[in-house]
Write a protein that binds this ligand. Structure first.
Ligand code: UDP
Length: 342
């Protein structure tokens, strides 16, 4: 690819949550492609380690600030051509433990990003989540399906509800004020740099297996998920940002390769046994009430229908679950995530 720098000032992307798991991968990809990146992160769940290799790059600028800091956000937005909004409270564990933080971060954060974006009419891609499909049992999930959420006394649903408000708000800015927005509902996205600290199952299982600990399967393990590699999710977000027909639309971004959590645990044990030569890990079944909170409701299946995103940007995931797991195992065993060269 010809570097955009050869012709003019490179196109500038503002990445909120730029030091997070997905944000750091997007930033890295954009820098590799010759773009300028303004990353903002309050390092609440993101980490400087994720972007340390980018910090000295002339096209990368990092602001250690909250997205609700209007002055900083305004300055960054004034220089941006495109914004990708990833900063959010994520991870089921965090949501159950800190519902006030979740709701405030997601709703106020979205509001301040949209208010800044409209001032400069910056195209904004919003990372939403498959959680917004709630307890729907009509799989695969299609973007305009009806939604069934649990009651407000179960704080788990606060995450889905807060992200739905974000989607409503963004679409309202598009319809009422003409702000170009695109919404991407990310399904279980995994890869190097994701931490298991906030409940994400794959890094948790891999770390448990590499330590020889038992793998904590919540419930009976029959619930299933589809996991997409972060590089595929990044490719989708960047293509959506470039697609003018995508403005004002909502897209699923996920894999359709479905696996039960019990089978996933077994696969992780098998794959890490190859790496670690021996693995004595077994499976522990942990009741949901103990893992999260009494009365916790899980989603049984979560499968995206990718027809729409295929039609608009011809996207589909390139990495299989086995490749994803191997990549995560490698990242923990070889600290590969810090070895990317720019
Ligand atoms: N899970 C599990 N053990 C763990 C962490 C998660 O069995 O140590 C289960 C969790 O209950 C859910 C699935 O794995 O059914 C995916 O969880 P994750 O938090 O990664 O994402 P979610 O799909 O809940 O957003």
């Amino acid at each position: 690819m010809v570097s955009p720098q050869l012709f003019s000032q490179p196109k500038t992307y503002l990445i909120t949550g730029g030091a997070g798991f997905i944000g750091s991968h997007i930033s890295e990809t954009l820098i590799e492609q010759g773009y300028r990146v303004l990353a903002i992160d309050n390092l609440s769940t993101g980490s400087l380690e994720n972007i340390r290799h980018l910090l000295n790059h002339p096209n990368f600028h990092f602001a250690y600030a909250s997205i609700t800091d209007e002055v900083v956000l305004d300055r960054l937005m004034s220089e941006a051509d495109v914004a990708i909004h990833l900063a959010a409270a994520v991870g089921v564990q965090l949501i159950v433990e800190k519902p006030v933080h979740t709701i405030e971060t997601n709703v106020m954060g979205m509001e301040s990003v949209l208010q800044a974006a409209i001032r400069y009419r910056v195209k904004t891609v919003i990372a939403s989540t498959s959680e917004v499909y709630g307890k729907g049992n009509k799989v695969p999930f299609v973007e305009d399906d009806d939604v069934v959420l649990g009651p407000t006394c179960r704080s788990r649903w606060a995450y889905a509800a807060s992200k739905m408000v974000d989607e409503f708000l963004a679409l309202a800015y598009y319809r009422e004020k003409g702000l170009p927005v695109v919404i991407a509902r990310l399904f279980n996205t995994v890869g190097p740099r994701q931490t298991g600290q906030y409940g994400m199952v794959i890094p948790r299982f891999v770390q448990q297996a590499l330590k020889g600990d038992n793998l904590s399967v919540y419930g009976d393990g029959r619930q299933s998920r589809c996991f997409v590699h972060v590089v595929d999710a990044v490719r989708a977000l960047l293509k959506l940002a470039e697609c003018s027909e995508a403005i004002g639309e909502v897209f699923n971004v996920g894999s359709t390769e479905e696996i039960s959590i019990l089978e996933l645990a077994q696969k992780v044990i098998d794959l890490t046994a190859r790496t670690a030569k021996e693995n004595e890990s077994c499976i522990d079944f942990v009741p949901y009430g103990k893992a999260y909170a009494p009365g916790f409701e899980d989603m049984q299946r979560r499968v995206p229908d990718n027809t729409k995103i295929q039609q608009y940007i011809d996207w589909q995931p390139s990495k299989s679950l086995e490749e994803i797991l191997q990549d995560v195992i490698d990242s923990f065993t070889k600290s590969k995530s810090n070895q990317f060269k720019i």
